[in-house]
Design a protein around this ligand. Structure first.
Ligand code: GUN
Length: 289
């Protein structure tokens, strides 16, 4: 293996420590509060929400969890969000996605006060990012960007390929890299000759949700590979099966060619929650003026 391993777990710990220092230093102005709303009982969402709550408390912020039944009506959910919008002790609101099918996700997200939208999913924050203005930005691409800037310094002029066009990762990642003056290509399931497209990139961000899709022969020698994927796969091993986590990139073959790479787990994942805390701190500071 030749690539430098970008340690997202360690980097996230330093980001959280910096956030904790700021929270303590600003205690005279109040305590930042983050409300997390979970509708239904999706087990994966439950795990994420519990670790978000624990880390929020660890940096000295108030963590408020609202767990609603899967049958909650849209009107009741909108009423809760309205109450949180008007609650001065709450500076950030996160509605865990996906929502049960009977709830209109766009409507729910757009009912959050954009100043408290620590996910950066509100249409007004999306528009601000797209026009290069200051905004709340989604946590996962922000985590990727912080790691890229830490590794490269300036990203100006670099060729970046983002694989995946989701609203949560792919599209905002492309906008953020454009803002850093990268030359950005967004590749997706309909992209022709995707391996050739990816091979032109000095920065590859893979966010497609397909286990080990990107292999070493797609990677330009020396490129930086950021793997957003977290895929649970069942492996057959001697004497039975086991579940393991893999990214969207085939780690061993990509690490042979890349200059730097994020592992799964321990890469992008921990940075996402650290960036949620960073966004909550920024929301608190903005709301305190
Ligand atoms: N579900 C998966 N990722 C996310 C995220 O970043 N924010 C929210 N609100 N829900 C998610």
């Amino acid at each position: 293996m030749n690539a430098k391993v970008i340690d997202g777990k360690a980097f996230a710990a330093t980001v959280r420590a910096r956030v904790a220092e700021h929270v303590a230093a600003n205690a005279a102005h109040g305590q930042p509060g983050l409300a997390v709303v979970l509708v239904g009982d999706d087990p994966a969402s439950d795990v994420y929400v519990r670790s978000k709550g624990r880390m929020t408390r660890e940096v000295g912020m108030a963590s408020v969890k609202h767990r609603l039944s899967a049958e909650t009506s849209e009107a009741d959910l909108l009423k809760l969000i309205d109450d949180l919008n008007n609650d001065d002790s709450i500076h950030g609101i996160l509605v865990q996605l996906p929502l049960p099918g009977h709830l209109n996700e766009d409507l729910v997200i757009n009912s959050i006060d954009p100043a408290k939208d620590v996910d950066g999913f509100h249409t007004s924050n999306v528009g601000l990012l797209g026009t290069g203005q200051k905004s709340m930005v989604p946590c996962t691409p922000l985590g990727c960007l912080l790691m890229l800037k830490d590794h490269h310094g300036s990203l100006s002029g670099l060729n970046a390929v983002v694989i995946g066009r989701s609203n949560i990762v792919g599209k905002p990642m492309a906008q953020m890299l454009l803002k850093e003056s990268c030359t950005v290509t967004v590749a997706h399931s309909r992209t022709r000759n995707i391996a050739e497209v990816v091979k032109r990139a000095e920065i590859v961000v893979a966010a497609v949700g397909r286990p080990e899709m990107v292999t070493g022969d797609w990677i330009k020698p020396g490129a930086t590979v950021i793997d957003v994927g977290i895929n649970r796969i069942n492996e057959t091993v001697k004497g039975g099966g086991k579940t393991s986590l893999v990214g969207d990139c085939h780690y061993d073959s990509c690490a042979e060619v890349a200059g730097a790479i994020t592992p799964v787990p321990g890469g992008v994942g921990p940075m996402t929650i650290a960036c949620l805390l960073l966004n909550t701190l920024n929301a608190f500071c903005d709301q305190k003026g």
